[in-house]
Design a protein around this ligand. Structure first.
Ligand SMILES: [Zn+2]
Ligand SMILES: [Zn+2]
Length: 341
């Protein structure tokens, strides 16, 4: 079978390897789709020397979706032929975080598939049976892959700010996570302001339900948001960029008593806490991916509310064109990019 690796310096390579066999409690998935996520890019761009020093490369791809092709000993929760989304983490299954389905927050030890363990960019993938979440029949493989990290992360983050039909929500950054957040906040009834520097992505945000769009490369965002909200600021803001200046804009664009949700990772950001946070009575939230139940929940919502995933997913490539997939994604002129296998 074919398996993809990041060989360093933004190059992907395909290798021939054996189809894995399942051990006790494991299953083999015949992969159908695997998403390209912004959090892969650090690994994709890592220098060749760093990769060579590592020696043992892991298959990337942490949005794995496929069909169960073989069961290991003692597996009873899934059957051969089941359509599966993988919750891409292991945990001890005993601690308080594992017991609520957040194995990525395991207090003992966790692995991340596509990073510390082999991920979804291959033809067959070995996974623990407990990570398998059944897919609704109505969901296609590409949409399920999106749900398995980026879109699921956005869903959970939007749920954390609990928007109602009375609220205006400003979403900073319209990459795949921000676009998904725009789509869900609009479907949950909020008036959505989408912020980005890319005209392509702002157009996509409008198609996905944004009521107002702001290009922050040529507009003062805080002023524009205050203008749209009668001088008050947004009820909630969400940062999907991780860029310090944008996080500050997200905080400064929230109204008094508003909520701010940080989703974009990395970087250090400095706030003047009294004027920017305390005296505004803000609620600041961090939101990191989702639980096993959360993955089933976003898939159910997408099906029941007919979320426009076909608009969100703008590019699909087969495994052999993964180089092109990553380069196109980096160009910024995409929504969600999916590898079909
Ligand atoms: Zn645990
Ligand atoms: Zn991801």
């Amino acid at each position: 079978m074919k398996a993809l690796y990041f060989t360093g310096d933004s190059i992907v390579g395909l290798s021939e390897t054996d189809v894995p066999s399942p051990g006790k409690g494991e299953v083999v998935l015949q992969m159908k789709a695997s998403g390209v996520c912004g959090s892969d890019l650090k690994n994709f761009r890592a220098p060749k020397s760093e990769k060579e020093a590592l020696g043992d490369l892991k298959v990337p791809g942490h949005e794995p979706v496929g069909i169960v092709s073989e069961l290991g000993e003692g597996v009873t929760n899934v059957s051969v032929g089941d359509r599966i989304m993988m919750h891409h983490y292991t945990g001890c299954l005993q601690c308080s975080m594992c017991l609520i389905g957040y194995t990525q927050m395991c207090l003992v030890h966790h692995e991340v598939y596509g990073s510390t363990a082999h991920g979804g960019h291959q033809e067959y993938m070995l996974v623990p049976a407990y990570t398998c979440i059944p897919m609704p029949d109505e969901l296609d493989f590409a949409a399920a892959a999106a749900c398995s990290c980026g879109t699921g992360t956005a869903f959970q983050a939007v749920k954390r700010i609990q928007p109602t039909g009375l609220d205006t929500v400003a979403i900073f950054g319209q990459g795949p996570v921000g676009l998904s957040a725009t789509m869900f906040a609009a479907q949950m009834g909020a008036r959505v302001i989408a912020v980005d520097i890319s005209p392509y992505r702002l157009r996509l945000a409008e198609e996905l339900g944004a009521d107002e769009v702001i290009n922050s490369s040529d507009t003062n965002v805080e002023e524009a948001i205050r203008e749209i909200t009668g001088g008050e600021g947004a009820d909630s803001t969400l940062d999907a960029t991780g860029i310090p200046e944008v996080r500050i804009q997200a905080v400064d664009s929230a109204k008094y008593w508003g909520k701010v949700c940080f989703v974009g990772e990395g970087n250090t950001t400095t706030f003047d806490v009294s004027p920017q946070i305390i005296h505004k009575q803000l609620t600041i939230l961090g939101s990191w991916t989702f639980s096993q139940a959360g993955l089933a929940e976003v898939a159910k919502f997408v099906v029941e509310r007919k979320s426009p995933m076909d608009k969100l997913i703008t590019h699909k490539y087969d495994l052999g064109r993964a180089q092109e997939a990553y380069e196109t994604f980096i160009s910024g002129e995409t929504g969600k990019v999916i590898l079909e296998i």
